[in-house]
Design a binder for this molecule. Structure first.
Ligand code: ATP
Length: 265
């Protein structure tokens, strides 16, 4: 989006997210509560938990969760895409990283979201360029600078957690790993119901998502399914979207997470 890198309060709430109840609860405890009640932590002489790493297959709600955590905290949200930052600021990526944290400091309370963190913070090995290593070091020192975190929280997301430099995952840094799974059949129904609830489509049709035709569908695939089903209904000049439209639409959608073993630890 054109607001990439700038602070805004997102308009996503927990109620826009289907399923993922356990992850929502953990984000509530790790991000929302500390932002809303910083005094409670100070009273007990402890710091709020540090950063969170959302990991799992693509299209399953990581970005949505991060936005909702910020919005539910009434905090500002700065979104940074790893590969984009590296490409856009070739030779100046460290400065761009520092600028992100400095923007956050002038927008507290603030959640910084790093998408595709594996690109921004890969293992510092021989294969990685000197410039990339410097970016990782800069990120580490900025994260450590948040130790007295006055209202700045970091959420990072990745499909490949094993590719991230292990120093990033130590206590005080991205210390809370939260797995965001491909939805189960029941979770698919809950996601479809959530999507349909915002549209003039019968929410009872959500049970279609339990069917084998939706096997391995991600949240993103289910969103596409709804759009395609509506298009089917339009094409046949029906007054309403019906189950047969979902049947037709599902045939045209190959699950985007093909080989799930790529995303297992
Ligand atoms: P990536 O790893 O590709 O960045 P992601 O996990 O961040 O993916 P999102 O961008 O959050 O995925 O999800 C993509 C879209 O799929 C969302 O904008 C939303 O429309 C839909 N979606 C995914 N998961 C859910 C969910 N649990 N409830 C409702 N909608 C969902």
């Amino acid at each position: 989006s054109k607001r990439e890198g700038f602070a805004t309060v997102p308009d996503v709430t927990w109620s826009d997210i289907g399923a993922l109840k356990a992850v929502r609860k953990q984000l509530q405890a790790a991000i929302v509560e500390p932002i809303q009640n910083p005094q409670r932590y100070r009273d007990f002489g402890i710091t709020a938990p540090a950063g969170v790493l959302l990991w799992g297959p693509p299209g399953c709600g990581k970005t949505l969760l991060a936005k909702a955590a910020a919005a539910e905290s009434k905090a500002n949200f700065i979104s940074v895409n790893g590969p984009e930052l590296l490409n856009k600021y070739v030779g100046e990526s460290e400065r761009a990283v520092r600028q992100v944290f400095s923007r956050a400091r002038s927008s507290i309370p603030c959640v910084i979201f790093f998408d595709e963190m594996d690109a921004l913070a890969p293992h510092r090995s021989n294969e990685v360029s000197e410039a990339t290593s410097r970016v990782v070091n800069t990120l580490l020192s900025e994260l450590d600078g948040l130790n007295d975190r006055n209202g700045i929280y970091v959420i990072a997301a990745t499909n490949f957690p094993d590719m991230i430099d292990s120093a990033m995952l130590r206590p005080g840094r991205l210390e809370i790993p939260l797995y965001v799974p491909l939805p189960s059949p029941e979770a698919r129904v809950s996601i479809l119901r959530t999507v349909l609830s915002k549209m003039p489509i019968d929410p009872n049709l959500a049970s279609f998502a339990r069917a084998d035709k939706c096997k391995n569908f991600s949240g993103a695939d289910l969103t596409r399914l709804v759009r395609n089903a509506a298009q089917q209904a339009l094409d046949r000049r029906s007054a309403a979207v019906e189950e047969e439209d979902f049947v037709m639409a599902a045939k045209e959608i190959p699950p985007s997470v093909g080989d799930m073993t790529r995303y297992e630890k």
